[in-house]
Design a protein around this ligand. Structure first.
Ligand code: HPA
Length: 266
């Protein structure tokens, strides 16, 4: 844990209180609304030196600490992507701060393109696993042996089972599949999508994978859910754009919020 993370955690405690955080939630494009549902204290990223500027529209760059369904949560309203800075470890400090605040679990959300006809826009996919197709890694440069993180069960089986059970009880379809990380920010070509389909991907996006790796490095349990906003390149006639992603994310977001609330309630 960096000194900086300990200092930031101390600063956050002076504003949000000393009670340890249990769970961190990272909200993806168009999903920022959940931050408003938390009964707690909002701290703009600008007040937290070293936090990302979260310059992607559709994100809500603030940290909200408080209660959601009786659990103490830290909601990260915006994430930093590799493509903004060329730094794979852009989310390391926020996740270290989560750990310093007491966090043990991390739930990541994102907007993603679908490679499966049975998983059209508006559907949700729980990541059973991922493919780091970018070849980048947020732990490059980490000098300790802790960098050799096992990734065999990176997407925590217990968290996944809990999320599946919550969705089932609500009667909401929660698909499961493999998420491939392309660095972005350009969208993929149809040939790139065909390639990752052959390799076993079900969805594609520009985030999440570095955060899963960092979470495991820090000893946080982690799971991730994609909101499908579009069919991936070449799989439909619809044009793919960031505007479209932001417009479509709320379709799945309402269902995702229900699942998350029910899972948190336990
Ligand atoms: N590709 C990459 N990232 C995305 C997509 C996509 O099709 N949709 C939403 N985020």
């Amino acid at each position: 844990m960096s000194r900086n993370a300990e200092d930031l955690a101390a600063l956050i405690r002076t504003r949000a209180g000393d009670a340890p955080v249990e769970i961190g939630l990272v909200l993806g494009s168009g999903l920022g609304h959940l931050a408003e549902a938390v009964d707690g204290v909002a701290i703009p990223y600008d007040d937290l030196p070293g936090f990302p500027h979260a310059g992607v529209s559709g994100h809500n760059p603030k940290l909200v600490i408080g209660d959601l369904e009786g659990r103490r949560v830290a909601v990260f309203g915006g994430r930093a992507h590799y493509y903004e800075s060329g730094r794979g470890d852009a989310m390391r400090l926020p996740l270290e701060v989560l750990k310093a605040l007491g966090g043990r679990q991390l739930l990541l959300t994102n907007a993603a393109g679908s490679l499966r006809a049975d998983m059209p826009p508006g559907e949700l996919m729980l990541l059973s696993d991922h493919i780091n197709f970018s070849g980048l890694n947020p732990l490059i440069g980490e000098p300790t042996d802790a960098r050799f993180v096992p990734m065999g069960d990176a997407h925590d089986p217990e968290m996944r089972a809990g999320l599946k059970a919550a969705a089932e009880a609500l009667g909401i379809a929660l698909h499961e599949g493999v998420y491939a990380w392309y660095s972005g920010p350009s969208f993929e070509t149809p040939a790139e999508i065909r390639a990752i389909r052959i390799l076993g991907s079900d969805a594609v996006g520009m985030s999440t994978v570095p955060e899963v790796i960092l979470a495991r490095f820090l000893g946080l349990k982690v799971a991730a859910v994609s909101t499908i906003t579009n069919m991936a390149a070449g799989l439909s006639d619809e044009a793919i754009s960031h505007e479209h992603t932001k417009a479509m994310a709320p379709l799945g977001a309402a269902k995702l919020e229900k699942i998350l609330r029910s899972w948190l309630k336990g």
